[in-house]
Design a protein around this ligand. Structure first.
Ligand SMILES: *Cc1c(COP(=O)(O)O)cnc(C)c1O
Length: 244
């Protein structure tokens, strides 16, 4: 990796961290409440290690095939240093086994059948796998996620979540959402707000649940997502690409 790349990345990460801090300040939240997940899909092992050296500890991949070659290589280079790997993209059931063997958390569980399959796989390995449920609060686009755009789908989600809470090998830590890619981040604020409200509603129907993670916001809209309560932002381009 060139010294240039390293300098660009250090600058990018400092800028992201500063914007995260300012957004937290505006929202009256502590910056420690927001984790930056560096979405490292398509990036090289050298780029990922550089991001680690610049202070990032959470990484996200969206394709199993790519993750299978990169994650062990990065782990090999970092040795015992701690990095947490997130699966953030749609996961097909037939690839679930490979995902469970590879990553630390699956942030994009989008159906009950995937959740149940992960439970079985985690049980085989005798681990408790943290997961987030991907939700679709807008219904605007044909994207993945548990439907949660009306009263009926939200009640169904409540029942599903209650069933998942009874499983011993997956641990639902919160929700994840993908907003449509737009130029003006303000135009997706309502999606982040609705996801936050959904999390509060679900907590209401599961009074003993302790989950509190909200993974929302990407390069274009993470500041708005933090203002609306994100506890994890998934950032690719703003970390790995030169910014104008
Ligand atoms: C690529 C990706 C991101 C990051 O997108 P950027 O616009 O590069 O920040 C976040 N979440 C998921 C699920 C992705 O696939």
């Amino acid at each position: 990796m060139s010294a240039d790349l390293c300098a660009v990345m250090a600058e990018n990460i400092a800028r992201v961290q500063q914007r995260v801090e300012r957004a937290c300040e505006r929202a009256g939240r502590a910056p420690t409440q927001v984790a930056v997940v560096a979405v490292s899909k398509t990036r090289t092992i050298a780029e990922i290690v550089a991001a680690y050296r610049c202070g990032l500890r959470h990484f996200g991949e969206n394709r199993i095939e790519e993750a299978e070659t990169k994650i062990p290589a990065v782990r090999g280079m970092l040795g015992p240093e701690p990095a947490t790997w997130h699966m953030v993209g749609h996961l097909q059931g037939r690839k679930a086994r490979r995902a469970v063997e590879l990553v630390d958390t699956i942030d994009s569980v989008d159906t009950m059948s995937l959740a149940v399959r992960l439970e079985r796989l985690a049980a085989e390995r005798e681990v408790r796998l943290p997961v987030l449920l991907e939700v679709n609060v807008s219904g605007e686009l044909a994207k993945s996620g548990f439907p949660a755009w009306d009263e009926e789908s939200r009640s169904q989600l409540c029942r599903d979540l209650a069933a998942l809470e009874g499983l011993a090998h997956i641990s639902v830590r919160g929700l994840m959402t993908m907003a449509p890619l737009v130029q003006d981040a303000e135009s997706v604020r309502h999606i982040f707000r609705a996801t936050h409200e959904l999390a509060a509603m679900l907590r209401g129907c599961l009074p003993f649940s302790t989950w509190d993670e909200l993974s929302m916001g990407m390069t274009n809209d993470y500041v708005v997502a933090i203002e609306e309560g994100a506890t994890m932002v998934r950032i690719g381009r703003a970390i790995f690409e030169p910014q104008s």
